[in-house]
Design a protein around this ligand. Structure first.
Ligand code: ASP
Length: 327
């Protein structure tokens, strides 16, 4: 996929499609910007006028709870008009249909499309066909990328463990089907994390993943020992065609994380999960909330991170003069 599509001729963020190949300065700027929106405490009362008069369309072809809602809240906090289109995946296909959707909505003077789609590359397709004043933000495409999730993950890590170069991060579970894992690996590398491990049964590790600079582990013991951060992934049954596992019970027996296992293998580690969690499968229910889990913090940080991404893409490239759009 053309990773340069997301930068304009001056190297500024034009679309946000993937973290692969995105310069460190952009990632840092996104995190710092998010920090300014998150503030020290309650930021609920703060409305920012940055996107006043702009229109954001949430175009979700796949289900979503956290991502869609936090994008909506983020856009509203920036004073944008927000439209949510919950597209029934079965009534859409590829190619022209997507293009027609894009062109139809564009004709309504949309400024930003936030796109989630089951096909890897869908957000790139939108970006490649979007008009000059229209931006695209990838909210998860197939198994490929979920850039704002990875940004909120590194944002959350930075708040607790700011020295990335000292960290060992273990990503545990269904790596094969996970766009979150891919985006996290790119982000963690960009920030110079000491070691990234992927931990799963052989059937859930994509071929050639070592080329991304990760260490592959096939037991929790090997994967978790010495880890500072443990990121769990959901078993993505909706993307599994055929049998990847004998049973979820067996997966839980060998790879499910319980409080007892965590205390034994990585007692100092912080725990993360992008959600939704499958209790009793990849995570013991007792671990969901409360220390050392950062799961709810991740959700909250999604707002500030998505505000930062939208502000950079829409406002910074094309500020509104006296409340009027300039495109
Ligand atoms: N919410 C994340 C995603 O959309 C992770 C998951 O669904 O398991 O990729």
């Amino acid at each position: 996929m053309n990773t340069h599509l997301q930068l304009d001729e001056r190297g500024r963020l034009r679309h946000l499609l993937t973290l692969e190949g995105l310069p460190r300065e952009h990632l840092l700027e996104l995190l710092d910007r998010a920090e300014s929106f998150a503030g020290a405490g309650d930021n609920r009362s703060k409305k920012h006028p940055l996107l006043h008069g702009r229109t954001v369309v949430n175009l979700f072809f796949e289900p979503s709870t956290r991502t869609r809602t936090t994008f909506e809240i983020a856009a509203k906090r920036l004073s944008a008009d927000v439209i949510n289109l919950q597209v029934d995946a079965s009534s859409t296909s590829k190619g022209e249909t997507l293009l027609d959707t894009l062109k139809t909505l564009e004709a309504m003077q949309v400024d930003l499309f936030v796109v989630r789609h089951q096909a890897s590359g869908a957000a790139h397709f939108f970006a490649a066909h979007a008009g000059p004043g229209v931006a695209v933000l990838n909210a998860g495409d197939g198994r490929h990328a979920h850039p704002t999730q990875a940004l909120l993950d590194v944002f959350t890590i930075r708040r607790h463990r700011p020295d990335f170069r000292k960290l060992t991060v273990a990503i545990v579970g269904d790596v094969l089907h996970s766009r979150v894992a891919r985006s996290d690996i790119h982000a963690l590398h960009t920030f110079g994390v000491r070691e990234i491990r992927v931990v799963a049964p052989r059937t859930l590790i994509p071929a050639g993943i070592e080329t991304l600079g990760v260490r592959v582990c096939h037991t929790l013991q090997a994967g978790l020992t010495g880890a500072d951060i443990v990121m769990l992934l959901r078993l993505q049954k909706e993307r599994m065609v055929g049998a990847f596992l004998p049973s979820t019970a067996e997966f839980h027996r060998d790879f499910g994380l319980t409080a007892e296992r965590l205390a034994k293998l990585a007692p100092e580690a912080l725990l993360m999960h992008p959600g939704p969690i499958n209790r009793g499968v990849e995570i013991g229910g007792e671990l969901a909330y409360g220390a050392p889990s950062l799961i709810l913090e991740q959700v909250s940080h999604g707002i500030a991170v998505r505000m930062a991404a939208m502000a950079m893409i829409i406002h910074d490239r094309n500020p509104v003069a006296k409340g009027r759009r300039t495109r």
